[in-house]
Design a protein around this ligand. Structure first.
Ligand SMILES: CC(C)(COP(=O)(O)OP(=O)(O)OC[C@H]1O[C@@H](n2cnc3c(N)ncnc32)[C@H](O)[C@@H]1OP(=O)(O)O)[C@@H](O)C(=O)NCCC(=O)NCCSC(=O)C[C@H](O)C(=O)O
Ligand SMILES: [Mg+2]
Length: 356
């Protein structure tokens, strides 16, 4: 563990100084594509216009015999395109795999100036981040990079969850953490075979009305991921980094996907992964606050003046704490609206209705 005094010192001579604040730019959807898949790669320039983050995936979902093609494809795509404000991320192979060293060496050397964030899968503890941190510093120094690459960890092992707080604070490069529900389920020996989402067997049942325990009783499906997402959000908030829900594998079930994304949004996540083009608009809708919520937040802020004391608005008590909640929503809305005239107009129209 680095001492607090040298936490922000570069880890190699000539490496760029680590950032002091994680840049908070929109990242409602991290769109996964396989850079070695020609059909998908051909769609990337168009998809880049619709997403906040494009992620060239080199790990799971890329066949072992296509790993080199995926890596080379990402280098070619990054060199041939300027994605403007859309961030370019990659997910490298896991640290125990035969591919990760070449992934990091090639990507940092060839396109380190084009990449924003490196997603590291199956992180077990701070030691994994420390390894990547030092290696990135050496590679950045050798490549003459002036902007440090950021690191994003996937929370998808039982030991990763147990160590999530130390992972979140392991390096100034830490940008955020995503839930990886499929690997996490396997690591924990959970008995769901779904990639994220709920399970009809995970439920609570209402009490019987009388003595008959066999009568029909209402059941409520519960969220398998609630504990992990909430714990991840706390770890991220504590260290000033960003939490994300990960994949929702049932591509056809756009309704349940929206529900899962919204649960994560309400608990504090800033985005989720889109695995297929159909999930891009779902993430955009869910992770942008609704115009009515934004209008309400702006109204509370306006009526609370200097933000202290207590007032009643439409029968609801507002005070110093609730104005802070409203600022979270209003500041997110302002940040998203700055780059999206349609969203800005929707927020302003709803605000005009309540504030006049
Ligand atoms: C899930 C898919 C395999 C589905 O692909 P496909 O069967 O081709 O779907 P469609 O026929 O509906 O596709 C229509 C067209 O759109 C293109 N396409 C599909 N997906 C993408 C994409 N992500 N980006 C760009 N373009 C896409 C198809 O090529 C079709 O094109 P055309 O024929 O020209 O019309 C596929 O969507 C896919 O592979 N998605 C990514 C999967 C992935 O990245 N998985 C890894 C992340 S999840 C994970 O790793 C688990 C996690 O770590 C954990 O542990 O929880
Ligand atoms: Mg995984």
């Amino acid at each position: 563990m680095r001492s607090p005094k040298d936490f922000f010192a570069p880890l190699a001579l000539g490496a760029p100084a680590p950032v002091r604040e994680i840049p908070v730019t929109p990242s409602r959807m991290i769109h996964f594509f396989d850079p070695g898949n020609e059909k998908m790669a051909a769609k990337v320039p168009d998809i880049a216009k619709k997403v906040d983050v494009l992620l060239g995936n080199l790990e799971d979902a890329v066949r072992a015999d296509r790993k080199e093609a995926a890596r080379a494809g990402l280098v070619a795509i990054a060199k041939a395109n300027d994605f403007g404000k859309t961030q370019l991320w990659t997910r490298v192979n896991s640290l125990d795999s035969p591919w990760v060293l070449d992934d990091l060496i090639t990507l940092v050397t060839e396109i380190g100036d084009k990449l924003d964030v490196i997603m590291v899968p199956k992180v077990e503890g701070a030691q994994d981040i420390h390894y990547v941190d030092r290696l990135l510093a050496q590679l950045e120094a050798r490549a003459g990079l002036t902007k440090p690459l950021l690191v994003h960890a996937i929370l998808e092992t039982a030991s990763g969850v147990a160590n999530v707080e130390e992972i979140a604070g392991a390096s100034p490069r830490m940008q955020g953490i995503s839930l990886g529900p499929a690997d996490l389920a396997a690591s924990r020996r959970m008995k769901t075979t779904r990639v994220g989402g709920g399970h009809p067997g995970y439920l609570v049942r209402t009490d019987p009305a009388g003595e008959d325990l066999t009568e029909d009783r209402t059941t409520y499906q519960q969220d398998l991921w609630h504990y992990t997402v909430a714990r991840m959000v706390d770890a991220c908030a504590m260290h000033g980094i960003l939490p994300y829900y990960g994949p929702f594998g049932d591509i056809r079930d756009v309704v349940a996907c929206e529900d899962q994304f919204r649960n994560a949004f309400l608990l504090g996540c800033v985005g989720a992964w889109s695995l297929h083009p159909v999930q891009i608009d779902i993430a955009k809708k869910v992770f942008s606050p609704s115009p009515s919520d934004v209008a309400w937040a702006r109204r509370v802020i306006a009526e609370m003046g200097d933000g202290t004391g207590a007032v009643m608005i439409d029968g609801k008590m507002q005070d110093d704490a609730s104005v802070k909640q409203c600022r979270v929503v209003a500041e997110l809305a302002d940040a998203l609206a700055a780059d999206d005239p349609e969203l800005a107009a929707a927020y302003d129209a709803a605000t005009k209705e309540v504030l006049g």
